[in-house]
Write a protein of this length. Structure first.
Ligand code: ADP
Ligand code: MG
Length: 168
């Protein structure tokens, strides 16, 4: 993979059933695509739900990949995995067996009705920024700031949800 190859980051979350096994299955499916190579996987983090509060804690993880898929192709590939693993789209921000979001795709900025990159809520979410800092602290984001700088700004707002490293 060299021509048209991009680094991208995927945010993964699950809060229903065997959360860890849903994340593992999603990672496997992603890595099985011939046009995707998994570079790094963060630790697992356990996070208090945001938005719709009457649901279990989430298990979250961030993955770095290298891919020749376009952002749109990557999105529909990830949605296919969500469907295959049994996600039902019932309540926005509600319980789900798996949520796969494209966080970043190279230094690209995209804003269409179906796809917004960088992911519009990632910079307010500790469960994205903490695992991202673990695997890519010095990564430069499209706005020119590093992951470290973004996380420091988030911590200053004191609005970060409860989050802890997951140990089994
Ligand atoms: P959330 O991930 O915010 O909890 P959903 O997963 O239910 O919400 O949202 C799914 C919709 O978000 C999809 O239909 C997709 O078109 C849209 N979307 C926009 N930008 C992105 C992105 N960067 N990654 C994944 N989905 C996105
Ligand atoms: Mg999503």
């Amino acid at each position: 993979m060299s021509d048209g190859c991009h680094h991208a980051f995927i945010g993964m979350g699950s809060n229903l059933g065997d959360r860890r096994s849903f994340l593992e299955k999603a990672s496997q499916e992603i890595g099985n695509h011939p046009q995707v190579r998994v570079i790094k996987l963060s630790s697992l983090y356990e996070t208090e739900p945001v938005g719709y509060l009457d649901q279990g804690w989430f298990l979250n993880q961030v993955m770095e990949i290298e891919t020749t898929l376009t952002p749109e192709e990557l999105l529909s590939f990830l949605q296919g995995i969500e469907d295959k693993l049994g996600r039902k789209r019932l309540i926005r921000w509600g319980p789900r067996v798996i949520d796969l979001d494209i966080l970043l795709y190279g230094e690209l900025t995209i804003e269409t009705p179906e796809l917004v990159i960088p992911h519009p809520r990632m910079y307010e979410r500790g469960f994205v920024m903490l695992p991202l800092q673990e695997i890519a602290p010095d990564l430069i984001h499209p706005d020119g700031k590093t992951t470290r700088e973004h996380l420091a700004m988030l911590i200053k707002t004191e609005k970060m949800e409860k989050i802890r490293l997951f140990q089994d």
